[in-house]
Design a protein around this ligand. Structure first.
Ligand SMILES: NC(=O)c1ccc[n+]([C@@H]2O[C@H](COP(=O)([O-])OP(=O)(O)OC[C@H]3O[C@@H](n4cnc5c(N)ncnc54)[C@H](O)[C@@H]3O)[C@@H](O)[C@H]2O)c1
Ligand SMILES: [Zn+2]
Length: 371
């Protein structure tokens, strides 16, 4: 299989010292990231450092971080339960209470050490505690490195509806260290890859081609490709921080992808899909719709479908499932005035936002996916 863990040999760690500066914070890679973190902590003279982890990153990632921290400031660890099902307001309540009981104040800082659930939820908790305290993202999953930790969007789900509650507020620093990926499972790596592929499809054909040409993942490839993917995300976000135009393109594959992810979370008879797995399906469906609506090349739709199904497999959808997924579209955050807004492609790297799509075409797209 494409993602066998053994090919990622972190023993041959080759530090590429890179930094990406956004308008209001830096994303610093590998060992340089720890240096930047220590510098920032010293400079800001925080009253307390709160590290938010989930039970898995507590086990696998916390020691790596603690060994690198050079500070006299008191460090408290707050643990949440792993999983998307815990990305909700009750978990925030627990963390807000912990911050309060552990004497968090306006000069405290939160370090989010985990995947996208920890960075989304921790960013939201920090942005709202005492009307907002500083936070730093230290993503430990591939998905969080290339996507969730960058761009300042944070928040939680409402019931099973994804990301309905939240704010846009940027971190003080993002630290990306591929060392953390050593313990990440291959299915989670695959989930992160979906967002990288999305970056290629909406913005950079070369990135898409390089990713799809990989036979397996070596650390050198991963370091560079993560960097390229983060550059794409950062560029798109900076063009349009408030998501009026360009930033919406990052939603490619997500309109149906989120609905599919939500549906599989609610349906007890279904095995849960990871975010990237749902987005991969959403991207196939969006390519088909793009072909019919905007003339996206048929052979590209087919190549993308073949590739994504090879990596992610094919999921079964009954007619009832499809109807339920379509019904969930009305909760998509990108909807305006009751219209469901799709991001489609005229060609690879030529996205078009605000596309209205007929339900019949969505059914056809599922049929094409299942064929
Ligand atoms: N804010 C944004 O812009 C944005 C963008 C994309 C996705 N997201 C959100 O991100 C979330 C998905 O992120 P995710 O895939 O990282 O999910 P996740 O946080 O649930 O992490 C996936 C799993 O990997 C484990 N894990 C993380 N790092 C590990 C490591 N180094 N070693 C071993 N296990 C590790 C976690 O404990 C978890 O079980 C979704 O909630 C999605 O909505 C947000
Ligand atoms: Zn996503």
């Amino acid at each position: 299989m494409f993602f066998s863990k053994c090919v990622i040999s972190l023993k041959f760690f080759h530090p590429i010292m890179l930094q990406i500066n956004t308008q209001d914070y830096s994303i610093v890679f590998n060992n340089e990231g720890f240096i930047a973190l220590n510098t920032l902590l010293a400079k800001n003279n925080y009253s307390k450092i709160f590290v938010i982890v989930d039970n898995i990153t507590h086990e696998h990632c916390l020691n790596i971080l603690l060994q690198q921290l050079e500070t006299e400031t008191v460090i408290e660890v707050i643990e949440i339960e792993t999983g998307e099902e815990n990305k909700h307001i009750e978990t925030c309540l627990g963390v807000w209470n912990a911050l309060s009981e552990l004497d968090g104040d306006r000069k405290s800082v939160v370090l989010n050490l985990g995947g996208g659930v920890v960075t989304d939820l921790g960013g939201f908790v920090a942005s709202t505690f005492r009307r907002g305290i500083d936070y730093i993202n230290i993503p430990t999953s591939l998905l969080a490195m290339v996507d969730a930790s960058v761009g300042g969007k944070n928040g939680v789900d409402l019931g099973h509806l994804k990301n309905q509650i939240g704010v846009i507020n940027t971190p003080k620093l993002v630290l990306i260290n591929t060392l953390f990926l050593d313990t990440l499972s291959s299915v989670e790596l695959r989930s992160g890859l979906a967002e990288m592929l999305k970056h290629g499809l909406i913005k950079d054909q070369k990135h898409w081609q390089e990713l799809t040409a990989l036979k397996d993942l070596t650390l050198n490839d991963l370091d560079r490709l993560i960097y390229d993917s983060v550059i794409i995300k950062k560029t798109v976000v900076e063009l349009d921080p408030l998501e009026k135009k360009e930033r919406k393109t990052l939603n490619f594959g997500h309109t149906l992808g989120h609905a599919i992810e939500s549906y599989f979370l609610t349906e007890t008879s279904k095995t849960r899909l990871l975010h990237g797995e749902a987005i991969a399906i959403g991207m196939i469906l969006a390519c088909y719709i793009s072909e019919k609506q905007l003339g996206f090349p048929t052979n590209d739709t087919e190549k993308i479908k073949q590739y994504l199904i090879k990596i992610y497999g094919k999921i079964k959808f009954t007619h009832k499932d499809i109807a339920a997924v379509i019904a969930l579209l009305k909760f998509d955050k990108k909807n305006e005035h009751g219209n469901i807004n799709f991001v489609l492609l005229k060609a690879i790297a030529k996205p078009q936002i605000n596309c209205l799509v007929d339900n019949k075409l969505i059914y056809d797209a599922f049929e094409y996916y299942l064929k």
